[in-house]
Write a protein that binds this ligand. Structure first.
Ligand code: FMN
Length: 413
């Protein structure tokens, strides 16, 4: 039986943690709860204990629990630590590594994955400090769900509502399906159920199928070695997630990365450029394609045996060109209505991207300068090259680039 440690923070949405416990139990997941001092203003330990049928922990300095270093044990015995609602305060403490109560000490002491479902007033969510904390935590490997958008208890409107308990449960299950096993082997397919019901109205991608590629490719040299690149897959995964959040059916063809599948996304794991080309062709038809993957240009005419040092001259690697997936897709009779390519450049970024758009037959090219820390980093400054010209976007967290691009795609389709 899978176990979660649920940390309930001090927000209005704490009552939804009760429903989350009920749903987790129904799904066969054992739940132990930690209720912060803030959280106790909104729900009682008694309610959580009754629903979880487990002791509820509230105090770090509890002599009885600490007789056996209870806080360390508690942080390690679950398969996953879930923070819901994750208040602005909890996110800030987590990002800073503060451990001044039971919840934050557990979060610092745990060796298990952490998933946080934030809930707060829209201004708090959009505050630079919270944006910074969320980016830091995502960079640290914490899964942070996007809050829902809508009317809030405080009377304001916007993103900040706790995702529905059903969506949090799906994200938990999805994390278990996608985690760790992220290193690809040819074409493994995993489908993550939708995180949130699709938004309605303008910008909605409901009914659209969008193909996204992400990550690097691995080109084998021999049975144990390969040529790769530094792509982390973060930008492509963020785009796949943002498109799914707008209601699209998303197929993500992914090179070998260690990221969890974004909620609502069907992921096809591939290894080589040729595998990726095949998977892209099989995923058609699509209404749009966003080709973010850093596809290797060449493959090695692979040695059947492991290359060995035999005292003579070093071995020579014979390289052959890989398929040009973007150009093939753009020229295909089953061409998606909107084809978006990515250009990773180190010089004359915009000029090369403008030329690439024409050369490859893409509708848009998203150009980024990868001479800095973009590959593997958390932020990206991009130039969007379309038939109408070039837009220069300010440096943004990759999640924000993804959201903005997804909205542009929704407007275009
Ligand atoms: C009525 C009320 C509602 C609140 N709702 C939220 C909320 O939804 N999200 C949030 O981040 N903080 C909210 N706060 C502020 C937190 O309760 C406060 O920052 C607290 O220190 C958080 O405690 P925690 O770290 O235990 O979560 C609210 C405060 C009050 C008085």
């Amino acid at each position: 039986m899978k176990k979660i440690l649920l940390i309930v923070g001090g927000g209005i949405a704490a009552y939804k943690a009760c429903e989350l416990i009920r749903l987790c139990r129904k799904a066969g997941i054992e739940v132990k709860c930690v209720l912060t001092a803030g959280g106790q203003h909104f729900v009682t330990p008694m309610t959580l204990a009754a629903l979880s049928e487990n002791q509820v922990y509230t105090n770090l300095f509890d002599l009885k629990d600490e007789a056996e270093m209870g806080h360390i044990q508690l942080s390690r015995e679950a398969d996953l630590v879930v923070v819901a609602p994750a208040t602005a305060d909890l996110l800030a403490k987590m990002a800073a590594g503060i451990a001044d109560d039971l919840a934050t000490t557990l979060l610092l002491a745990t060796d298990k994955p952490v998933l946080a479902a934030p809930a707060m007033n829209v201004r708090m969510w959009q505050h630079t400090a919270t944006r910074r904390n969320v980016a830091t935590l995502r960079g640290d490997g914490v899964t942070i769900l996007e809050p829902d958008e809508g009317p809030m208890a405080c009377g304001e409107y916007g993103p900040g509502r706790l995702p529905e308990p059903e969506a949090i449960l799906r994200a938990i299950q999805n994390l278990w399906e996608g985690s760790g096993e992220g290193v690809a082997a040819h074409t493994t397919v995993t489908t993550a159920p939708p995180l949130t019901p699709p938004a309605s109205g303008r910008g909605t991608l409901t009914g659209k199928h969008i193909l996204v590629t992400a990550g690097p490719t691995h080109e084998p040299i021999d049975p144990v070695r390969y040529i790769a690149n530094r792509s982390s897959g973060k930008q492509g995964y963020a785009i796949a997630g943002a498109l799914a959040a707008l209601g699209a059916r998303v197929t993500l063809v992914s090179g070998p990365v260690t990221l969890a599948t974004p909620p609502g996304v069907t992921r096809i794991d591939v290894e080589t450029a040729q595998d990726m080309a095949n998977a892209v062709a099989q995923a058609l038809p699509a209404d749009a394609a966003v080709m973010v993957a850093a596809v290797g240009d060449w493959h090695v005419e692979a040695a059947a045996q492991k290359l060995k040092k035999e005292g003579g001259a070093p071995p020579t690697l014979h390289l052959s060109e890989n398929p040009d997936i973007l150009a093939m897709l753009a020229a295909s009779p089953r061409r998606p209505g909107l084809v978006v390519g990515f250009a990773a450049e180190t010089e004359q970024v915009v000029d090369h991207a403008v030329a690439k758009r024409t050369r490859k037959g893409a509708d848009w090219i998203v150009a980024n300068d990868v001479s800095g820390d973009v590959m593997g980093g958390e932020a990206n400054a991009i130039h969007l090259v379309t038939a109408d010209g070039v837009e220069h976007w300010e440096r943004l967290p990759k999640q924000d680039v993804a959201r903005r691009l997804a909205e542009r795609i929704a407007d275009a389709l």
